[in-house]
Design a protein around this ligand. Structure first.
Ligand code: HEM
Length: 77
């Protein structure tokens, strides 16, 4: 997944807009559950931050990275 997003650009014109649209999609399709919305927002904030680390044209992606896990209270061990 990181390789799909890697080496797109040295600036990051995507992340803020990505998060805005994600939050709008959640708000317009899922129940008005603040805990759910916060957990999804926090997860996508972290996931987008990780993806954006490989945007630079010189970034590399290591082999065999662990699958991130998320819980209601943040990253899971
Ligand atoms: C700034 C944030 C992001 C942007 C602008 C973005 C954009 C894109 C684009 C353009 C593709 C299609 C690539 C291609 O087919 O050549 C893609 C694929 C994909 N993205 Fe993202 N992405 C972002 C963040 C994320 C995040 C945070 C995740 C997961 C948590 C994610 C998961 C995926 C997956 C799984 C695919 C492959 C889908 C498939 O072809 O089966 N992306 N993304």
């Amino acid at each position: 997944m990181l390789r799909i997003h890697a080496n797109q650009c040295d600036e990051d014109p995507f992340s803020a807009q990505f998060l805005t649209v994600f939050d709008e999609a959640v708000a317009s399709t899922l129940p008005a559950d603040e805990e759910l919305r916060r957990a999804l927002h926090d997860y996508m904030t972290a996931a987008t931050a990780e993806v954006s680390t490989v945007f630079p044209t010189t970034a590399t992606v290591a082999d065999a990275l662990p699958m991130p896990r998320w819980s209601w209270s943040g990253p899971a061990a």
